[in-house]
Design a protein around this ligand. Sequence first.
Ligand SMILES: [Zn+2]
Length: 181
Amino acid sequence: MKTAFIGIDLQNDFIKKDGALPVPNAENIVNNVNNLIAKAINTKHDLLLTCDLHDNDDEEFNIFPPHCIAESEGAFFITDLKGIALHYATSFSKSTHDIFDEKNGNSNFKEYLYNNKITTCIVFGVATDICVKAAVLGILKRGMQVILVEDACAGLDKTDEAIGEMVEEGAVLTSTEAICI
Ligand SMILES: [Zn+2]
């Protein structure tokens, strides 16, 4: 049994109210995210961070407003993550919502989970109904357990539906407090 903490897309454009593609209420999860990350570091668990990253003219901007453009402030991890957390974490960039996507995801993420024999993933971040859901379903599909920290996630508009879908596929819901005890 080996557990990893996985933070999804904790970047300025998604988390900050004035970001390019703000997720409603995302600023409210920052405290919980900080607590989870501190827990991961203090208990010496693996910490993986995904990161959405696009070129100026990315085709995803046909669907979503431009966001997380490489080198821009909006693409950076939220400032709470600077310093020790970023030093400690392993990050994985992708240019589509699904980290497991063959073409625009990041195969290093999957390799990391396999190579480090991760059996359980504690997942949190944004957006619940898009990137979090894709990561969770991808992890479950590969035979690992998922514990979704519901109060450290924020979604766009289909949050409840997405949570229902993840639970149906085997994800277990928990709270930040339960993890950080
Ligand atoms: Zn994107």
